[in-house]
Design a protein around this ligand. Structure first.
Ligand SMILES: [Zn+2]
Length: 374
């Protein structure tokens, strides 16, 4: 069967091979999601070799009822089946008023991934309320004043989820926040004002051993090798800055996903970063940073993605929700980073160079330092 998906497939692949027992299905509440692949195959089982039972077009809305190995069981109309989670974007439904009515509208969450790569934004209202959710009916959790610096995390219609310098997280009216270039040329610096000193960081080079991950279509580059090379650069940068670093593998060997998570869980690590390279049948290029938990992972993912977007040689495609074992089962703040598409000849040519890998590794290390600035 033709490979049609990116990391979802490769992660599903290693999960299937190395998990001895089937994953327990989480009986999660169903939610609505939107398809954003041009064309997405629906399969009978959560695997790339399962029979194709249908297809979905870009923009189609589905209800996600189950999840397994990074695959989502979706329902559209009367039919249901499994699709790669990678191409689904979760949407949130809420009612505009405090009362629960049946007029709840579906709104798409826009992950902030515009061309403005500054980590900080500035409050431009004299006084700005921080609320617990995206609407005036949500409770007031705090306030900001003009000139205060915040980190934008998500945008949902007129509302923006932000993180303050005091460590608070909440929602504000987006019109009163200007994504600022206020720090001028300092933004271009690869030096963070935060520090990883003393932090315990787990670096996870994806795949390994009999699981090569994705294969480059032009130079046959093996993802597992790039992951390890890049991860070792990340380790070196972090150690040079005084961090304690634990690797889930330092050689070409297979490690179960549960064991990778177990490393950060058992050590009570401060952060977990998984390094991958991507593949897609579409003509796409650049990096993509995944998080699972908005409360635990998003801030870390955002910090790293911001630095990746500041010019490492490939553009950043921003942030994405990713329902992956190593993120979902990890209580440590975690991010999974795809550092380019091995299916794209130009990307593959670039990512094979150690100079690119070092730039990417440096951006990840600085992003981690930014994250710990809080
Ligand atoms: Zn991978």
């Amino acid at each position: 069967m033709k490979k049609i998906i990116g990391v979802a497939a490769c992660i599903a692949y290693i999960f299937v091979i190395f998990e001895l027992r089937p994953a327990t299905v989480n009986a999660k509440a169903a939610y609505r999601a939107k398809i954003y692949a041009t064309f997405l195959n629906v399969r009978s089982e959560p695997a790339t070799n399962a029979a194709v039972t249908g297809s979905l077009k870009k923009g189609a809305m589905v209800t996600v009822t189950d999840e397994k190995y990074g695959w989502m069981k979706v329902q559209a109309g009367r039919s249901s089946g499994w699709v790669a989670g990678y191409y689904l974007k979760k949407v949130s439904s809420f009612t505009g008023s405090a009362g629960s009515t049946s007029t709840g509208s579906i709104v798409e969450i826009n992950y902030i991934a515009d061309g403005n790569r500054t980590a900080a934004a500035t409050v431009i209202a004299d006084s700005l309320r921080i609320r617990s959710g995206p609407g005036t009916t949500y409770s007031i959790e705090g306030s900001l004043k003009a000139g205060d610096s915040v980190t934008p995390l998500l945008r949902q219609n007129e509302w923006m989820k932000i993180h303050t310098n005091n460590g608070e997280m909440g929602w504000v009216a987006a019109q009163y926040v200007r994504s600022g270039i206020s720090q001028g040329s300092a933004i271009q610096s690869v030096k963070s004002s935060g520090s990883v000193r003393g932090k315990l960081i787990v670096i996870d080079p994806g795949h390994g051993g009999s699981d090569p991950g994705m294969l480059g279509t032009t130079y046959n580059t093996m993802e597992k090798d790039l992951n390890l090379e890049t991860a070792l650069y990340v380790r070196d940068y972090l150690k040079a800055e005084g961090a304690r670093v634990e690797m889930t593998r330092t050689a070409d060997r297979k490690v179960a996903l549960s064991r990778r998570v177990g490393v950060s869980e058992s050590l009570n690590a401060d952060a977990f970063v998984s390094i991958h390279y991507n593949s897609s049948p579409k003509k796409v290029s650049g990096t993509l940073t995944f998080y699972y938990s908005e409360s635990e992972d998003l801030l870390l993912a955002r910090a790293i993605e911001t630095r990746l977007g500041q010019g490492i040689g490939l553009k950043s495609n921003g942030l994405s929700f990713g329902d992956y074992h190593i993120l979902r089962e990890n209580s440590t703040p975690s991010a999974l980073i795809e550092l380019g598409f091995l299916s794209n000849p130009n990307d593959e040519g670039i990512v094979r160079n150690s100079s690119y890998q070092r730039k990417a590794a440096k951006a990840i290390a600085v992003g981690l330092a930014d994250y710990f600035k809080r």
